[in-house]
Write a new protein. Structure first.
Length: 347
């Protein structure tokens, strides 16, 4: 197996590779008008996690594409994390995945066949765990390695959970602790210890399967997963879609203790600053929220947790769903409210 560190071959890593949300919005705004058939229930208009196309009264296809450059050096772990992250978009829509296609770009003259094979094996193992096949895909010879999946799922139209349907007074539930991007940055710098690496990997590899079950709860109004735009970026999408404001408590947000340690030392990703800048006109921080804590909230998550907007009456059932899948750090972090669209962060 090659001793080359995958993270040293790329300029970014994980979901931190995403184009910043404000720049992405500007790019999409410049595109010409598109065909939008009535069967296309969810397209690009709401910046949702996946596209949804109804094929009959009882079924809709859910489709997503997600790939990125390595956030870790272990080839198998890289493939597994990338696949887990891609599957998350399907779960975030309330759907069940049915098959995937692999997307791979590899510097074939730099990485050995064994290393590339291990990346593919990691992705295959996660799909096997999710109960779906990788039915094909596409590969290219590229300067920087990247890997991911196209994932196809199914959902009943009435069970679709979008990111623009929050209601005033909804509770906000976050299912995984934040800080993966910071730990990834520490790993790339060679300062992350074995324990911290294990924490990062274990959180990133938790499949967001509860999303498929949460879709059956009428009290769950909206859902998304927290990835490259950070908690504040994806929460802002909920706010903009529903034309509401969100009030959250920093103390209530589940956080990786190891990540807070590095954030205090100034170890962050470039994407976190871009995320903060993109949200600057829509977010208010209480004076007690320190700059490194703001970086935590803007930290790009690779395979992050589900962010759920739900009626308080559905909280018990939702927590039970998460518990059934082994999620033990689920927290109520705030509430959606009437008011100027944006986010207020309290201590």
């Amino acid at each position: 197996m090659s001793s080359i560190r995958l993270t040293q071959l790329v300029h970014g890593g994980g979901c931190g590779c995403k184009i910043a949300p404000d720049r992405l919005a500007a790019l999409l705004a410049g595109l010409p008008s598109r065909i939008v058939p009535p069967e296309l229930l969810v397209g690009i208009q709401s910046s949702d996690d996946a596209a949804v196309y109804q094929i009959n009264p009882l079924q809709a296809i859910v489709a997503t594409t997600d790939f990125f450059m390595p956030i870790v050096d272990d080839p198998y772990d890289f493939g597994a994390i990338a696949a887990t992250n891609a599957l998350s978009d399907i779960y975030a829509m309330g759907a069940t995945p049915i098959f995937a296609l692999a997307i791979a770009g590899m510097p074939v003259n730099t990485l050995s066949t064994d290393v590339i094979a291990r990346i593919l094996e990691g992705g295959e193992a996660v799909c096997h765990d999710a109960g779906i096949p990788i039915a094909g895909g596409h590969s290219i010879d590229s300067k920087e390695p990247f890997y991911g999946l196209v994932v196809i799922g199914l959902v009943k139209p009435e069970h679709i959970k979008c990111n623009d349907t929050s209601e005033s007074n909804d509770l906000l539930l976050l299912a995984k602790p934040i800080g993966i991007g910071i730990l990834g940055a520490a790993h790339k710098q060679g300062i992350l210890d074995i324990s911290g690496y294990g924490v990062m990997k274990n959180v990133a590899l938790m499949l967001n399967r509860p999303g498929s079950d949460l879709a059956h709860l009428s009290g769950v109004h909206a859902m998304t997963d927290v990835t490259g735009f950070g908690l504040i970026g994806h929460l802002l999408e909920l706010c903009k879609g529903a034309k509401l404001m969100a009030e959250i408590s920093y103390a209530a947000v589940p956080k990786l203790v190891e990540a807070e340690k590095y954030a205090r030392l100034g170890v962050i990703t470039g994407a976190s600053r871009r995320n903060l800048e993109a949200c600057a006109n829509f977010i208010t921080f209480a004076p007690e929220i320190l700059p490194w804590q703001q970086d935590m909230l803007a930290d790009p998550q690779t395979s992050g947790g589900l962010l759920v907007s739900l009626d308080e009456s559905a909280l018990g059932e939702a927590l039970e769903v998460f518990s059934n899948y082994g999620f033990n750090q689920v927290s109520v972090i705030g509430r959606m409210k009437q008011g100027k669209t944006g986010i207020s962060v309290l201590p």
